[in-house]
Design a protein around this ligand. Structure first.
Ligand SMILES: C[S@@+](CC[C@H](N)C(=O)[O-])C[C@H]1O[C@@H](n2cnc3c(N)ncnc32)[C@H](O)[C@@H]1O
Length: 213
């Protein structure tokens, strides 16, 4: 019990009381959706208001006034659901979490299963919706599981079909344990020009990369 209150106090210090209340409310909604769809428990507690990096990601994307945003690894759609863009696409490996996300996002957001490592399905869906250009490709809070050669290869495949203007991804800070890959800025520079970096949270830095001609 003592540990519970200690953690609650720490979290209130980190995100503030208002966000704690909002996080509690979305946690309840996500818990109910999980009872139906049985998706990964991470999504229950990793809500928009409990994870400060999410609002920063949304701000970084919206500042670019994009027309088309594609997020791979979208989960419950906390990020694309808050992006002010005419066209939003959310892809995820897990069809169960997408079924739950469908309740939370506007109908205009396209949600479809897709695997970043084998992006043919993602490309087919984008073509089906006549996407000619991706203004921002978002790869956040899972890309640390993928080696950089694979990241480069999948991005090239998507880019050949639908040119990508910018990529927003996270790099894991040195010293953060338990992550398979950290992805340095040196590696990210192979994808394009780094135009913005922002502290996401204690674990991650958010990096915006612009792709040139
Ligand atoms: C921790 S959640 C993050 C969700 C969202 N990006 C956010 O930050 O709110 C990671 C999501 O990425 C998905 N994922 C992991 N590997 C993937 C892959 N290779 N292709 C597509 N989605 C993937 C998982 O199924 C999970 O829903």
């Amino acid at each position: 019990m003592g540990t519970y209150f200690y953690r609650l106090r720490q979290k209130t210090r980190e995100i503030g009381l208002a966000n704690l209340v909002k996080a509690g409310a979305s946690g309840l909604v996500n818990r109910a959706l999980r009872l139906i769809y049985r998706f990964d428990p991470w999504h229950v507690s990793g809500t928009f208001h409990s994870r400060p990096y999410k609002a920063k990601v949304v701000d970084m994307i919206n500042a670019r006034k994009p027309d088309c945003v594609v997020e791979i690894g979208t989960g419950l759609g906390d990020l694309i659901g808050r992006v002010s863009s005419a066209k939003t696409f959310g892809f995820d490996l897990d069809p169960a979490v997408l079924k739950a996300a469908r309740w939370l996002l506007p109908r205009t957001s396209v949600l479809a299963p897709g695997n970043f490592q084998e992006p043919d399905g993602i490309i087919a869906t984008l073509k089906q919706h006549n996407v000619r250009q991706i203004d921002c490709l978002v790869l956040v809070n899972w890309i640390h599981m993928i080696d950089f050669d694979t990241i480069e290869r999948s991005i090239e495949m998507i880019d050949r079909a639908c040119p990508i203007r910018s990529i927003l991804m996270d790099s894991i800070k040195a010293g953060a344990d338990g992550y398979r890959f950290h992805h340095s800025e040196i590696e990210m520079k192979t994808l394009g020009r780094i135009v913005q970096t922002r502290d996401g949270d204690e674990t991650r830095t958010l990096v915006m990369i612009e792709r040139g001609p």
